[in-house]
Design a protein around this ligand. Structure first.
Ligand SMILES: [Zn+2]
Length: 342
């Protein structure tokens, strides 16, 4: 073999040269494996020991150990130095100045349905209406019976809901507040009752198990369909910020007589026909009518003396129309990316 002493000192020098250039912990590790690893260059030399005399073997072995120890120490030192540099860099980049003022509480904002609700409340209060609240867990009596919907009435099937074990239910509409309002305040009465309602529905882009309505009712002497139309036009012009044209079509709802479907002339096409109004020029918006005499009686009011109109506005539906939202499920999704747009 070549002069082992010379080979060792060459390997030593070359390893130190590489170490000088190693500027990452990984690079230092590579130098260590190359020089000192089990298959490293210095260990290769040990394999040639058989060819040496005992005297040479002792001398070379000692030299080899010295070189290994020296390299080991220098590798460790280099590694420690690099770790310090990395830590300093991290501290510099992650340093936080605790004396700068905090960014403060991010202002939140109201849910789009709440915004529409508050706007309508303000409008109705300005027209002299009271804003009433009713329980979301309602009795069968107020939700159905007192609204002229007896147990065998088909309207009950259209309003399937969630029943509690004690016989109460999650209200299917805000209409129970009509009777509660009459009982509590008596006529003359102008009231609205916005709130959350529930249906046991197959959920899809236009149906939810939980949504919002706004009930409205006016009971006074000689209230007619003309009053109803006037208030509806005022309401809808305020909502859509422009004059709207409405029409009434006969519609059947047990708690009104006569009952109507109120349509507005399509705001997209102005009545000439488009996909939104299915080419008809009209969009179905809300059920309404004159309060059924039975409902007045349930509320303790004499229908010979008093009459009234009532309407049920889908607040969620209205918010969808106003903001052109095509999936009702977005409202309760809790997705901030959606909510932040309003
Ligand atoms: Zn249209």
């Amino acid at each position: 073999m070549a002069d082992p002493e010379q080979t060792i000192s060459q390997l030593h020098a070359s390893a130190l040269g590489q170490l000088e250039l190693a500027d990452t912990i990984e690079a230092v590790e590579a130098v260590r494996v190359d020089a000192l690893g089990r298959k490293g260059k210095l260990n290769e030399i040990s394999k040639e020991f058989g060819k040496l005399t005992p005297g040479e073997r002792k001398h070379i072995g000692k030299l080899l150990n010295t070189v290994k120890q020296d390299l080991e120490a220098r590798l460790e030192a280099r590694k420690a130095a690099l770790e310090t540099v990395a830590l300093d860099a991290r501290l510099a980049s992650e340093w936080i100045d605790l004396t700068t003022p905090a960014p403060g509480v991010r202002p939140g904002h109201l849910h789009p349905v709440t915004q529409v609700q508050r706007e309508l409340e303000e409008l109705f209060v300005s027209l002299g209406f009271a804003v009433l609240d009713g329980p979301e867990v309602e009795s069968e009596y107020y939700n159905f019976d007192a609204l002229n919907i007896p147990a065998d009435h088909p309207a009950r099937d259209m309003q399937d809901t969630f029943w509690l074990k004690d016989g109460r239910l999650l209200r299917t509409h805000t209409s129970p507040v009509q009777v509660r309002g009459l009982e509590m305040l008596g006529p003359p009465l102008k009231m609205i009752a916005p709130g959350r309602v529930f249906r046991n529905e197959e959920v899809d882009p236009s149906h939810e198990h939980t949504f919002y309505q706004l009930e409205g009712m006016m009971v006074d002497r000689d209230v007619s369909v003309a009053h109803l139309i006037y208030f509806m036009k005022t309401l809808l012009s305020a909502i859509f910020h422009r004059e709207v044209t409405v029409r009434l079509r006969p519609g059947f709802f047990p708690f009104v007589e006569p009952g109507f479907e109120l349509d507005i002339q399509c705001l997209i096409c102005g009545g000439t026909g488009c996909p939104v109004c299915k080419q008809s020029g009209w969009v179905e918006l809300l059920p309404c009518g004159l309060v059924h005499p039975s409902v007045l009686r349930y509320g303790g009011v004499d229908p010979e003396e008093w009459s009234g109109f009532a309407f049920g506005l889908g607040l969620t539906r209205l918010a969808m129309m106003r903001y052109a939202i095509d999936d009702i499920r977005l409202f309760a999704s809790g997705d901030l990316r959606f909510l932040k747009q309003f």
